[in-house]
Design a protein around this ligand. Structure first.
Ligand code: S3P
Length: 436
């Protein structure tokens, strides 16, 4: 699917933020472990959460998705070996979290994914799981991932060599499902939705500061189910709208019900340091996650330096930050973001390729990028390759707000993994995006 976005200098409207992808995936995984009837609302009906739900059903869960509502029924039988390979599609989170869960269920499974997922590193999860007592093998470190019936040890201690919420969550889920104690040290804080959800269901998990960073300890826990769980809006999806509102010549946007977990919304402080006018209203807690409404008006941005501890917090937002930086006066320097090389695409390369096509000066490094922005509109009609990556596709489509000849992006089908109603939402605020 190739998309064209028309030049749109002025946008306005009120938008309801789509459900959070990370939380939706955790909700079906932990919801299946609870093994009681539970209703989930605000679920992201996107391809990634759907493939995770299908994977859970393949091992014996009983999950039914109806739009943004999900019901999980109590199982009468234990989890079982799936009859075929379990397909996690494009979802790194789905595969890595399911590796942790399946490792301690006493079942055997082979996990596969699409072309992009098949290139992504899995040893970061397989190695610690094997050290925990699981039996997990990969194909030269990548999917397919084969899991056999292992025995998870008690009191496993793991110091994470990389900042990754997926690795942390996979280990925690393995211990949770095996009813064992685990301790994980993370040097740089990463999103903590797994910890928050376990705590919401009364699991004994706590995070304390440690001389190396955060120390997360899960004690053997029998979770106490609630009848309902409400998924917060996805801050990463909202980030496209936030930047759209900032770079548009004239704008007035209100995005409602946006997840504001402090481990996720570092983009707000980054953009404010660039000069953004962003106001947060109506802050509240739903299912142990902060949410609020975000008000944005167009703002004159300037470049800044972005590196260090904030990087894991904004890791999924760097593609759209690159677009904000392209229309900000001066230089924006992003470093220590090497992880972007192993996301759904090599995102640093994909950002650089796209910026080159629209004549934005920049310099690419192994772990980051320097972008020399300008408040001038651009006037080129280029064919941008999304590299099959949803966040690259959406980021460049947003650049149409400042591209007099519009923007054309190839291979946008994976927008369906995280923001299935992106085109409709954009149209509701005045941005026309069509297939070509
Ligand atoms: C996610 C964690 C992040 C993020 C991904 C979702 C999660 O990946 O990039 O989109 O749901 O745990 P890493 O944990 O590998 O950095």
């Amino acid at each position: 699917m190739n998309l064209v976005a028309q030049y749109t200098p002025s946008i306005s409207g009120e938008i309801l933020c789509p459900g959070d992808k990370s939380i939706s995936q955790r909700a079906v995984i932990i919801g299946s472990l609870l093994n009681e009837d539970i209703e989930i609302s605000g679920f992201l009906n996107g391809e990634d959460p759907i493939s995770t739900a299908n994977a859970l059903n393949a091992i014996g869960s009983s999950i039914k998705i109806n739009g943004t509502s999900v019901s999980i029924k109590k199982r009468d039988i234990p989890f079982k070996d799936p009859s075929v390979n379990v397909d996690l599609g494009n979802s790194g989170t789905g595969m890595r979290l399911m590796m942790g869960l399946i490792s301690s269920l006493g079942i055997k499974a082979t996990l596969v994914g699409d072309e992009s997922l098949t290139k992504r590193p899995m040893l970061r999860v397989a190695n610690p799981l094997n050290d925990m007592g699981a039996i997990v093998t990969c194909n030269e470190g990548k999917p397919p991932v084969k899991i056999l019936d292992g025995l998870i040890k008690d009191n496993f201690f793991y110091e994470m060599p990389i900042a990754s919420a997926q690795v942390k969550s996979s280990i925690i889920l393995a211990a949770l499902a095996a009813n064992k104690k685990v301790t994980v040290i993370e040097k740089h804080p990463t999103r903590n939705h797994t910890e928050r959800m376990i705590s919401y269901f009364n699991g004994d998990i706590h995070t304390e500061s440690h001389h190396l960073g955060n120390k997360i300890t899960l004690m053997p826990s029998k979770l106490i189910p609630t009848k309902t769980y409400e998924v917060a809006g996805d801050f990463s999806s909202a980030s496209f709208l936030i930047v759209a509102g900032l770079i548009a010549k004239e704008s007035n946007l209100l995005i409602k019900n946006v997840g504001l977990n402090p481990t996720r919304c570092g983009l707000i402080s980054v953009l404010r340091s660039m000069g953004a006018k962003i106001e947060i209203k109506n802050e509240r807690l739903i299912s142990n996650e902060e949410v609020g409404d975000i008000d944005i008006v167009s703002s004159e941005l300037h470049g800044i330096v972005i590196s260090g501890d904030i990087i894991p917090n904004i890791i999924d937002e760097i593609p759209i930050i690159s677009i904000a930086a392209s229309f900000a006066e001066g230089e924006t320097l992003i470093t220590e973001a090497e992880e972007l090389r192993v996301k759904e695409s090599d995102r640093l390369q994909a950002i650089s390729d796209g910026l080159q096509k629209i004549n934005i000066h920049h310099e690419l490094f192994h772990d980051g990028i320097k972008i020399i922005g300008s408040s001038e509109d651009i006037s080129v009609m280029a064919e941008i390759d999304s590299h099959g990556d949803h966040r690259i596709a959406m980021s460049f489509l947003i650049a149409s707000l400042r591209s007099k000849k519009g923007i054309y992006v190839e291979d946008c089908k994976n927008i369906l993994t995280s923001f299935p109603n992106f085109i409709e939402v954009m149209s509701s605020i005045g941005i026309a995006i069509n297939e070509r």
